[in-house]
Every structure is written in structure tokens, then in C-alpha cells.
Design a protein around this ligand. Sequence first.
Ligand code: ZN
Length: 182
Amino acid sequence: MLREIITVGDPRLRKRSRPVQKVTPEIRALINDMVETMDAANGVGLAAVQVGEMVRLIIVETPEDEDDPTSGKLFVVINPEIVKMGRETEVGAEGCLSVPGYVGEVERATEVVVRGMDRYGKPFHFRPRGFLARVFQHEIDHCNGVLYTDRLVAPDRIWEVKAGEEEQVEAEHAQRAKVSAV
Ligand code: ZN
């Protein structure tokens, strides 16, 4: 079922979500709804709070990129936590389905270690890098009531884009950054 994505101004986006105690059929249904909603919105990530559910649950799926084996893969993480943050950082463009019409520059760690449970309740560790690491940091922030606009490299490093293109711009920017880094 498609869910409505809540946007800035909705106070729920500023609250901490609560941990998932048990992976119930309701949580599984919520995961399916989130995947459908993210795909319909062309998003690369979505936190449960963005569809108004105050539980610590995120999904991430970055566009297919032949140089990156972790791209194009759907990650479902329940109670996600960053347990280690790499020292190296990089500035990149970020958009958010809950902040329609804008893209801003944020500095993020290029590598993190994420811990959480998969959709079957099985604990796992994962070490996303680059753009994927950025998306994980962004989504985990949502679970704590933090938006990327809180983390802009400077207050004026945010600009308008056509609504609905926030996350494509972000992904394209990531591709370009990689090309220029070669
Ligand atoms: Zn977001």
C-alpha cells in the first residue's frame, strides 16, 4: 500500500523514533509499504517516520552502478545504529523526500559500520562506503529527528530543484563525483 510521505513542518519528523521490539506482521507490512512508497517516489532511502510511523526502521536502495556491487540492492534495517564512523569525510549533495524541492551540501563520513536487524529479525553488521554510506547516515538521522538541513556545510549551501528530482540529483551528483575522482 502506498503511504503518504510527511514533509517539513510536520512535528513527527523532529521526534526520536522508538526501537522495534519484535518483528510482527505489522512491521513486515510496513516494510512492504515503505518499499512501494520509496519506489513510487524514486527515492534512494526511506525511514519509517517519513510515512508517519515512529519506529526505528529504514530501507535503502541506491541506483544500479556497475562499479559498485552494493548498488541496486535493497537493504532493510530494523533498529539501525552507526557503531563506527570512518575518519574520512566528503561533501556531497543530498535531497530528502520530506524536504521537497531542495538539495543541499552535507559533509558525511565516507565509510560507516551499521548494525541492525534484517526483516526476519536476524542481527547483522554492514560496512557501506561512499554514496551508500551517505544514504545510511541520512536515514539513521531520521530515526533521531534530524534532517539533512541541520547539517548543511553552510546555511546557503542549499538550492531549489524541480520537485520530485531531489534524490535523482543526489544520485547523479554522486556518480559525477566518482567520475571526477578517477
Ligand atoms: Zn530524508
